[in-house]
Design a protein around this ligand. Structure first.
Ligand code: GLY
Length: 278
């Protein structure tokens, strides 16, 4: 079991992203009650900017072409979990997303990663997997089951794995939290997010973390890439934006706000749109 965080754990040299299919606007999976129309042109412009920022941070970007059969395919984080040189190709938990694994398996195989495939009855969306650099927390959501957690633990045996119950009104564990910088986790403002941090992660986790409280759950989702924190823009989360604007934690060299407001409408967050590889 790992005791010290490897120095290169949040250092990335490549990222995988996907194009946005037209089908996203009408048929992407949404949480109940969310029906705001998506402006596809704006979504693609925002996504292009996101990819541009990642390109500057990691250098090499692999683009999986948009596939109209899979409205949610831009959310590449869900069909795979990559840690070190192993890629666990998951069994996504929503039936409309299962086929996304074919293109993802091809992409991670081409990149030379050791590919492990989840098998029945395992279910997992990568959005439920928070890797802290020392251990995994896995959301037990409507998309990820106990068997999925067991298969993740077998794929990455060097790290402890702890399950975290996520209620159905929250899509994924990382729909309310993410790593900001090493040993610091940003946590959304709902009572569920606070309870997960205090009552589960602090109690059951194997290491201690600082929690950064962020007003919005989606606003708490950020990326930490090669020393830079990539966080939500003023639109649509002005209060969360402000928290990151004032961020004074040690451990990062730059920060940049990126607007993906159109993808937020279909429950996407910043981490959902890329797979980072180190
Ligand atoms: N729209 C993202 C998902 O439900 O998987």
């Amino acid at each position: 079991m790992i005791k010290f965080m490897a120095a290169n754990v949040f250092k990335y040299t490549k990222a995988i992203v996907s194009g946005i299919p037209n089908s996203l606007a009408a048929t992407a999976v949404r949480m109940d009650g969310s029906d705001e129309p998506v402006n596809l042109e704006k979504a693609r412009q925002q996504h292009k900017n996101y990819v541009q920022v990642l390109t500057e941070l990691v250098g090499e970007i692999h683009i999986i072409p948009a596939d109209e059969q899979f409205p949610d395919c831009v959310f590449v984080e869900d069909p795979v979990v990559v840690c070190g040189d192993t890629a666990l190709v998951t069994s996504p938990g929503h039936k409309s997303r299962g086929g996304e694994t074919v293109a993802m398996k091809e992409a991670v195989t081409k990149l030379g990663l050791n590919v492990v495939e989840m098998t029945e009855p395992g279910r997992m969306d990568g959005g439920d997997v928070l890797f802290t650099g020392r251990e995994f927390f896995v959301g037990q959501s409507a998309r990820t089951n106990e068997e999925g957690l067991k298969q993740l633990a077998a794929a990455f045996p060097s790290y402890p794995v702890t399950g975290v119950k996520v209620i159905d009104s929250c899509l994924h564990l990382k729909s309310m939290m993410s790593m900001v910088v090493p040993d610091n986790i940003s946590i959304g403002g709902t009572s569920q997010a606070a309870a997960v941090a205090k009552e589960i992660m602090e109690r059951d986790g194997h290491f201690k973390y600082n929690f950064l409280s962020v007003p919005d759950d989606f606003g708490a989702n950020c990326l930490f890439v090669n020393g830079t924190v990539v966080y939500v823009s003023k639109e649509p989360y002005p209060k969360s934006f402000e928290v990151f604007e004032k961020l004074s934690l040690p451990g990062f060299s730059e920060k940049i706000a990126v607007n993906i407001s159109e993808l937020h409408k279909v429950d996407g967050c910043l981490t959902c749109c890329s797979v980072l590889i180190n």
